[in-house]
Design a binder for this molecule. Structure first.
Ligand code: PHE
Length: 352
């Protein structure tokens, strides 16, 4: 009895699955379900008859029956999916794809505005014979300050609000930081080569800064350095004047005023005349009515710095400068908030 019941369960499963594959719509599937799995369905009837078997047989055949039921249910679901997917394709083929519609444009990426300005700036110096080098963003106090004539405890350190790296050396000091400017590369480069030196260093810098429209805690700088025999302040002026004309147009005038940086002597800041109002608008938003816009710091490399890298200060002189590409981009394109550069807002980025 149990033998034949087992056989009929297997036979029934085979037949049912074969039939199932020929069904083409939801209605036929429902009929099939009622026929095999319904309350009076074939499989259900067989399973109900199990109560006449003795306990051991009941357990064996019962397990077989339950497996058959699960197989049929799975098959039903799979076939249902196949039918509905096939249906979708048919509908789509016939009416959903309008082949006359224009294609969707592929959006292409672009360079970040900071990258664009950085390249424009470095290109201007490359054209004047400078080469480009880059340096580490995590820097030693030694290069960021000491080698630049800014010893421990010197008040000039307050000019750079420093983010220190949480690393303590054997002497209990924290000698490592996120570089506050690109100037440490002056010392690194001069240590590794003899004059003539002519290079620019584009890169990221970091400051411990509360952010607002004109301050970010990270931004970029381009450092410049030229050291050779007989370099004078006239070379500094000529080079930076040419740079200003390249970036802001041939009509620009420049102005130098005294400023202080411990690693240059004399130190200056350079301004250009206002390209927006050309000095005619006392309410000008760009130059605030002064007619001049400050764009960089510069100076003659301090003899202390040359000596620290082992250069002969009787033989060599040089100039250095540092400028902020975001500031230059803000002036050039009338961007009113430096935070736009790092907020990843496509409405901003797509304008460049
Ligand atoms: N490193 C200075 C700063 O971050 C800028 C600078 C560079 C000034 C080189 C003079 C010479 O403010």
């Amino acid at each position: 009895m149990s033998q034949s019941t087992a056989q009929s369960i297997e036979g029934l499963t085979q037949t049912a699955l074969t039939e199932l594959l020929q069904l083409e719509n939801a209605e036929a599937l429902e009929q099939w379900r009622v026929h095999y799995l319904g309350r009076r369905g074939e499989l259900t009837t067989i399973l109900r008859g199990l109560s006449q078997l003795d306990l051991e047989q009941r357990r064996e055949v019962g397990a077989l029956g339950n497996r058959a039921k699960a197989t049929l249910e799975e098959g039903l679901e799979r076939r249902g999916q196949e039918i509905s997917e096939a249906g979708l394709v048919q509908v789509a083929d016939l009416e959903r794809i309008d082949v006359t519609l224009p294609g969707r444009p592929i959006t292409t990426g672009r360079l970040h505005p900071t990258t664009q300005v950085l390249r424009e700036i470095t290109d201007a110096f490359v054209a004047m014979g400078f080469s480009i080098v880059e340096g580490p963003e995590v820097e030693w106090d030694h290069y960021n300050f000491e080698m630049l004539n800014i010893p421990q405890g010197h008040p000039a350190r307050d000019m750079w609000n420093t983010l220190w790296v949480d690393y303590v050396n054997e002497e209990g000091q924290r000698p490592m930081l996120l570089r506050t400017h690109t100037s440490p590369m002056q010392a690194r480069v001069m240590e590794s080569m003899e004059p003539p030196v002519r290079l620019v260093v584009p890169g990221k810098v970091y400051r411990y800064e509360a952010t607002d429209a004109t301050h970010e805690w990270h931004f970029h700088q381009v450092e410049g350095l030229a050291v050779d025999e007989g370099i004078t302040f006239a070379d500094l002026k000529g080079t930076l004047y040419e740079f200003a004309r390249q970036i802001f147009g041939a009509r620009r005038q420049v102005r130098f005023r005294c400023d202080y940086f411990p690693f240059v002597e004399p130190g200056v800041d350079m301004s250009i005349d206002c390209f927006s109002c050309e000095g005619t608008d006392s309410g000008c938003r760009i130059c605030r009515g002064s007619g001049w816009i400050e764009i960089l710091g510069a100076g003659m490399v301090h003899p202390y710095v040359l000596r620290a890298v082992g250069y002969d200060t009787e033989k060599y002189t040089g100039f250095a400068f540092g400028l902020g590409p975001e500031r230059i981009a803000m002036l050039k394109y009338g961007i009113d908030d430096i935070r736009h550069f790092y907020s990843n807002d496509l409405r901003f980025l797509r304008q460049f």
